[in-house]
Structures are given as C-alpha cells and as structure tokens.
Write a protein that binds this ligand. Structure first.
Ligand code: ATP
Length: 372
C-alpha cells in the first residue's frame, strides 16, 4: 500500500485575472497529484473573498475567516484590486489582512530569466542571470502607522503622517533569512538595500544589524547599496546580484523592476512565508488584478504556476517543484509564449502546454517520491 501525503490548500482567486491564473496553477497541481500515482493529494478549498464580495458584504475576510485559513497547509492567492474599491482598502482588506496576522514576514520573489523570452536587458542574452529579492513583509513602510486630520485644520490644510517601523528583531530575522538563503545558492552573496543617507533612524538601524549579522556569515559576500543605486544596478550590472534583501516598500518596487527586466510582470512568482510554520504561508504571483485584460482569458499564467512550485518547495516536494520549473522553461524555450511576451497563446493554451511538458518530463524521469 502506498501512503498518500495530503496537503490542504486554501485558494483565494480574488479579483480580475486572479481567477484564471489560480485556476491554471491548480490545474498544474492536479497534474502533479495525478502523476504521483496516489502518493500526493491536494485538497483545495476555495474562498470567494474578492472586491465584489466586499461590495456585497462590507468586508473581505469574514468573521472566523482567518481561523479557517489557519487550518490549511498553505494559501494560494490570485490578486486583489478593483476600480470600485480604493486600492488601500482592498490591499489592507485582503492581502495585508492575511500576511500581517499570519506573520508571513519573509516575502521571496525570484527574478527568473526564461529561455525564449526576450529581456530588455542586453546582458540577458549572454549572461546567466538569476537573483532573488527577499522582502521584509511585516513592518517597515507597511506598518500602517500614522494618521490624518491631526487637528482638523480644515479644507486645504490637511496633514497626513505615515511612519515606518523598523525593529531590531524584524531587521535581524529577515537579514538572517537572506544569508541562509544565499548559502544554498551557487553565488553566495547578499546585497542589502536601504536609504540610510536620508532616513537616519530606521534605515541606519537596518544597516547596523546587517553589518553585525554579516560577521556570522564570513563565507557569504556582502554589499550595502542605496535603493537608487540598486535600481541602476538591476539594469546595468544584474550579473552582480544573487540575494537582494530590502524593506517592505523598497523590495516591492525592486521586484517589479526585476520581473519587468526578466520580460514581463506576468512571469514573477512570490512566496509570503511564516518560516516558523506557526501559520500557513501564502503563495501568489507578483502581478495584480490586471483590469485591462481581465475576463479575456489571455493573461500569462507563469507567475501563478511558478508560485505554486514555490508552494511545493515549502511542502518538501522539491523534485516536483523543479519539474514544474523545467516544464515552464521547455515551453517558453519552444517559443510557446503568451501575449505579454510577444506570443499568441492564451491562458488555457499556456497552461495545457506546461501540463503536457510536465507529463513528458515525468515520463522520462519520474520523481523519487512517486517510485516508492
Ligand atoms: P492592481 O491594481 O490589481 O495592482 P494594476 O493594473 O495596477 O492592477 P497589474 O495587475 O500588476 O497592476 O498590471 C500591470 C500591467 O501588467 C497591466 O498592463 C497588466 O495587463 C499587465 N499584467 C500583469 N499581470 C499580467 C499577466 N499575468 N499577464 C499579462 N499581463 C499582465
């Protein structure tokens, strides 16, 4: 009798193209389960929390919703954003309403250059480029601290304060995470990003913690770079990068730049991790709801499918995760591309091409867990 490992996944497609890219990722997971011949199963529970749901019910996450999510091994998230709800209401109402209470303090965003995908970077043609942005995901500029109308000064005189919060513990855990990640990679280097010349309190604390922790990782090369200089470096010297660790806001901006340099926002994957596993982690493409193409079935599902592969990594299914990434590379390498990458394949066609590759790869080399 083969034993089945069952993983329970909460799926939250959310808004816009979230539904179609999450469906694509689940189709791939379904294939992984099928190919495992009974050794792996995924139990999917879908939650309808979206902006439409908010407009109807007055909230994104209902009472008891977080407790329900907590019962799952992972959360698979699409996107949130709608023209009918202010962006800060939808972001705080759904995405941050999960990442913050579940202390998903490490947000991992690999920047992957795929074969067959043209990058605006000249160097991408003849240089092996591959880096990971590690985003502090629990505090910094997204701490939600501040206020408006401090003394009701009347029309035209409003005052708003938005404060960043940097704690030594928060800096230390994400910087340590980046060093540990660097040790697992071919190029053992961590680049720390701040703006400590202008922001002399929080970001100087970050720099000091980085210098202190670096002393414990003498085998890892380090550099500290200001965020403006790092933006230029992404474009001019991407070959110098391996792990880039930055605050919540800086890393959010840099990872969008990274995925655009890799070819499209539609490619980028992301994992919001609670490394201690006290809470489920959440996996989502970096892109948003893309209202301009929503409902047309033409979105690029690669970011969402790669995010599902990061979820398998977290489940310990590393061979299966690798096979998904290989299947994606085979598909783009064969010139099968979605519209945002200059091709003409729609979401379903891209997904089926990746599924077919996964089956072909599996037929050649079944992963160890499936040949017990
Ligand atoms: P939101 O408010 O939800 O963040 P947005 O439009 O501001 O939405 P994105 O959804 O990230 O931000 O989209 C930015 C641009 O990238 C849009 O033109 C969108 O069509 C494109 N884009 C994003 N994701 C994809 C994808 N998966 N496939 C194709 N194009 C995409």
């Amino acid at each position: 009798m083969t034993e089945t490992q069952t993983f329970s996944i909460a799926s939250i497609p959310g808004d816009g193209i979230g539904g179609e890219v999450v469906a694509a990722g689940l189709r791939v997971l379904d294939t992984v389960a099928k190919l495992s011949e009974g050794t792996i199963a995924f139990e999917i529970t879908e939650y309808p929390w979206s902006s439409e749901y908010y407009l109807e019910h007055g909230h994104y996450v209902p009472e008891g919703g977080l407790e329900e999510l907590q019962g799952h091994d992972a959360i698979y998230f699409g996107a949130v954003g709608s023209s009918e709800v202010p962006d800060h209401t939808s972001l705080w109402g759904l995405r941050l309403a999960i990442t913050q209470p579940f202390d998903q303090w490490a947000n991992i965003r690999p920047v992957t250059f795929l074969p067959g995908v043209e990058s605006p970077l000249r160097k991408a043609d003849d240089t092996d480029l591959d880096w990971v942005v590690v985003r502090e995901n629990s505090e910094g500029e997204y701490a939600g601290m501040g206020g408006r109308n401090l003394s009701g000064r009347g029309p035209g005189n409003e005052v708003a304060l938005q404060t960043s919060l940097h704690t030594e513990k928060g800096c230390e855990r994400i910087i340590r995470f980046a060093f540990d990640l660097a040790r697992t990679r071919a190029v053992k280097k961590v680049s720390s990003v701040t703006k400590s010349n202008a922001q002399q309190y929080g970001m100087v604390l970050w720099d000091e913690v980085f210098t202190r922790i670096a002393k414990e990782y003498r085998d890892v090369e380090t550099e500290s770079v200001l965020v403006d200089a790092m933006s230029a470096k992404f474009v001019l010297h991407p070959e110098d990068l391996s792990v880039v660790v930055a605050s919540n806001l800086h890393a959010d901006i840099l990872s969008d730049l990274g995925s655009a340099l890799a070819g499209s926002l539609g490619l980028a994957a992301s994992a919001n991790l609670n490394p201690e596993k006290r809470f489920p982690s959440m996996f989502e493409p970096v892109h948003g709801s893309a209202p301009d193409i929503a409902g047309q079935g033409v979105s690029n599902p690669i970011g969402a499918i790669s995010s599902a592969s990061l979820m398998l990594d977290q489940f310990g299914l590393t061979a299966e995760a690798l096979q998904i990434r290989q299947a994606i590379e085979n598909v783009t390498g064969a010139g099968i591309l979605p519209r945002d990458l200059g091709g003409d394949s729609n979401t379903l066609e891209m997904t089926e091409a990746i599924v077919a590759q996964l089956e072909a790869i599996h037929a050649q080399t079944p992963v160890p867990s499936t040949v017990k």
